[in-house]
Design a protein around this ligand. Structure first.
Ligand code: UT7
Length: 306
């Protein structure tokens, strides 16, 4: 599949919540969170929702691509925290961008692998559509149980967007895999009649084990030695360092910004990609390997040239 990312944008809510701030809400502390996860702070919305963050990131990506919103043919929003069950966040972004021309807009729920699943769909759609706006956007703070200290400390809110266009000079290698979550190690209930609050629930150590395996598999599925930088899903620095050690890949080859933003699920890889580009760690024509893993259970991996 050949395509090029021609624009990228992100949106992080203004409010920063430090580990110390969380220690005022629950029995935790900065030392525990930092040493077990690498996370120092995250962003939480105050009065925005997922579609608001998605729209800000989308506008930035379209402007970075030097296009106008009217040039967009497809909007895909990857999220497990939509504003509503329907309309989709993608349809809300379409409305916010004032788009009324013939186009497609839909959401993808692939949790933390969402961006990679959306990417594979977008690459397919570029056979028949010109410009695809692919967004990862989450407001996870609305789904956290602040009495569950091992889960609530991990997540943050944010969005990232890319504009993709067909380009024969840029090859994408991509795979996505799904494995049934037989023991229900990571889930958030919907409306299923039991009145349980719709918060994220997790068996941390089981998810950790899966994450290490999935990240290793995702990297090994690609020609990782040829890449300039690996952008893993930003879940926990211990997951990443574990894989760095076992695959004997220097830790410097893994980009991490989870200390600043925490785990933003479907938004995590694209927020990290934009930050790596801004910091000069990636430049045009560099090869990047992005690997996502998460609820489902799911894993996705993509190797491509910028
Ligand atoms: O996108 C995928 C999303 N999910 C993940 O990435 C999660 C993957 N899993 C993890 O990151 C880790 O399993 C956690 C960070 C969630 C937990 O780390 P852990 O090293 O597996 O800790 P643990 O659950 O084994 O808990 C160790 C201790 C327990 O105390 P006791 O029983 O030993 O006295 C916990 O109660 O740490 C305690 N604990 C905390 N202490 C302070 C758990 N959470 C906290 C906390 N602050 N926030």
């Amino acid at each position: 599949m050949s395509a090029k990312i021609i624009g990228i944008g992100t949106a992080l809510p203004e409010k920063i919540v430090t580990n110390h701030d969380l220690s005022n809400l629950m029995d935790t502390n900065d030392e525990w969170i930092t040493s077990r996860t690498g996370i120092k702070q995250r962003h939480f919305v105050t009065n925005q929702n997922t579609s608001d963050l998605a729209t800000i990131a989308a506008k930035q990506a379209i402007s970075d691509a030097k296009l106008s919103p009217q040039d967009i043919d497809v909007i895909i929003v990857c999220t497990f925290t939509p504003d509503n069950f329907t309309p989709s966040v993608a349809s809300m972004v379409q409305k916010n961008l004032g788009l009324t021309h013939n186009m497609m807009a839909f959401d993808v729920n692939g949790a933390c692998s969402g961006f990679l699943i959306g990417l594979e769909i977008a690459l397919g759609l570029l056979n028949t559509h010109k410009n695809c706006l692919l967004i990862g956007a989450e407001v996870i703070s609305k789904m956290l149980d602040f009495t569950d200290r091992s889960t609530a400390i991990l997540f943050g809110d944010g969005a990232g967007a890319v504009v993709l266009t067909a380009d024969k000079s840029r090859e994408f290698n991509i795979i996505n895999r799904a494995y049934p979550d037989i023991d229900s190690v990571l889930y958030a209930n919907g409306i299923n009649g039991d009145n349980e609050k719709q918060t994220i629930k997790m068996n941390g150590s089981e998810v950790f084990r899966f994450a290490v395996k999935a990240l290793s598999e995702g990297i090994q599925a690609m020609d990782y030695e040829s890449c300039d930088l690996i952008i893993p899903h930003q879940a926990n620095s211990r997951i990443i360092s574990n894989v760095s050690r076992s695959l004997k890949i220097p830790i410097e080859k893994f980009y991490m910004n989870l200390d600043q933003v925490g785990n933003t699920s479907a938004a995590s890889i694209v927020i990290a990609l934009k930050q790596a580009i801004t910091e000069g760690k990636l430049k045009p024509k560099d090869k990047v390997l992005c690997v996502g893993f998460g609820a489902g259970l799911t894993m996705g991996s993509a190797l491509f040239e910028l």
